[in-house]
Design a protein around this ligand. Sequence first.
Ligand code: IVH
Length: 678
Amino acid sequence: MAPAASKPPDPQIRQRAAQLREQIHYHNYRYYVLDAPEISDAEFDRLMEELQRLEEQYPELVTPDSPTQRVGAPPLEKFETVTHRIPMLSLENAFSEGETREFQQRLQRFLRTEEQFDYVVEPKMDGVAVELVYENGQLQVGSTRGDGWRGENVTQNLKTIRTIPLVLLKSGEPIPARLEVRGEVYIERADFKKLNEQRLAQGEQPFANPRNAAAGSLRQLDSSITAQRPLNIFCYGVGEVSGHEFASHWEILQQLAAWGLRTNPYIEQVTGIDAAIAYHHRLEQQRPALPYEIDGVVIKVNSIALQERLGIKARSPRWALAYKFAATQATTRVREIRVNVGRTGAVTPTALMDPVEVGGVTVSRATLHNEDEVRRKDVRAGDWVLIQRAGDVIPEVVMVIKERRPEHTVPFEMPTHCPVCGTKLVRPAGEAVTRCPNPDCVAVLKRSIRHFASKGAMDIDGLGEKIVDQLVDNGLIQNLSDMYSLTEADLIPLERFAEKSAQNIIAAIQGRKRVSLARFIYALGIRYVGEATAQLLAQHFQSLEALKQASEAELLQVEGVGPQVAASIRDYFRNPRNLRLLDELQAAGLEIETPERPAKLPLAGKTFVFTGGLEKYSRDEAKALVVARGGKVSSAVSAKTDYVVVGSEPGSKYAKAQALGVTILDEAAFEALLRRSV
Ligand code: IVH
């Protein structure tokens, strides 16, 4: 601190300091509370610098409410205890519409009335409750709720929060000699994330959630640490207010805002419990988009006269209710840690867990981000973990509950090779992300998923390109069989997904688990095995098992299967990855129907000749489609030919067919015949 000036400041300087303090408080309020600054940051800094200069020159000008005093108090040895003049009560909880209606019925019984009440409905902030005591408009003491009766004096820490006015603004209403304000100190989700990243970078333990971070920050003995934490406040009520009568809770909130205190913009006034319930549902929808965490809504009887008649129960007022949302954290057990490969090749360890309900949806997988994260959290298969699904964020493992760790678990090891394509994985020095360097890897996967879901295959509606990209890019599908364990909760966080569309896709996937053998063989995407060949194979082998076991020679016996196709089929069923996939698909509950061997195939005894190019089918496919229906394909037209199928630029066979009077089919007629012949 600069040495004290030898002579006291003259009245003009004193006045200037007061003026600066007032201006700075006002602009602080515009900037932090209203989020609507009237001057530039540079102008603000100039005011602040001028005040600092004056205070340095004349230390007697420093007042406790000076904006320069937000930071810089010496660290404390311990917190003093503060007794709340009016206890800081808690709230009764409700978890359902029914319980919420019962709340209103209780009020009606108590007041012997049938009437509906006016309520103020508010987001229930998930933070730390505090009390701010203003005397003649100046912040004197700030404390935590503690046990409701006594809390800790955290004034120095609360003063570091820019949205807490050190001096109340003058509104039309006179400022009470004593005003106790109650509110919730919290940290926004994005700030919390940054804070935890910083802590990790500095080798410190991250906080489990924003509430813990806010509580930890408020309990720092050194307020210069608190000053670096992104704390914020919403005020939602009052304790003792001297010389000021309020008619309604709404009026209290309006007045607090007028005095420069920050109130939540989502607070509303409603009439009747139905409207309060509707507000709960609306806010639950908005919850993921809010920048901070809320864990429900608070419903408060608006009239202060009624509040007084209703009074309090043991620890909570009879006139208020917390209607909670479904919890966003839950504990469950990790079955397996799998690694998923995203579009960029990033390899993400993912915990597959016993399904558990979090935030109203069932979750069975959670991201573990990367190798270092798994190491740091030391998540192992078999562990009990705390997981969290905050809004639109993909569920994540917060921490392992080490006390519940079973014996013989082993630390996670990142695989050395890509689980999708087998390419050796790389992790560039200094990077957290492990990648599969094979550029084809995921593209193949995406294509195979789309094929698997396509019309002629599993016929799963809604798995279009964009959605498949999202599923793969977010690591949700790494393997075809993964699609059967997808849950709505997996999809909702993705862009473009609303609850309804997520439901539809899950229903489409699950609703197509029974499938014909032919479709299934085609769905596998075996090279050279189109729809028609798949049908032939299904007819011939009658079961997947028989096809799996078939030798090349056996395959060649199938009409329409040549050496290339046979080799490809054999290769497919020799690849252990494919065999594992088949097992997984069956384990996922896929049911493959055995084809009925028709007594007589529809095109039995019919001979076809093809000439010219078809648009939709290759020559091989067209042949296979005929053969699958019992027909024969010949290369030359004769009097015995039943049909000549004519494509573009037909050859001499066309003329011959005309000469012989053989039935001529164009592509459309051929297709129509096929459709009739199933
Ligand atoms: S009113 C007498 N309003 O919830 C009423 N509390 O379970 C007391 N909270 O300790 C509180 N948002 O920390 C009220 N809009 C809100 C709230 C809120 C969060 C917290 C507060 C309180 C706890 C009670």
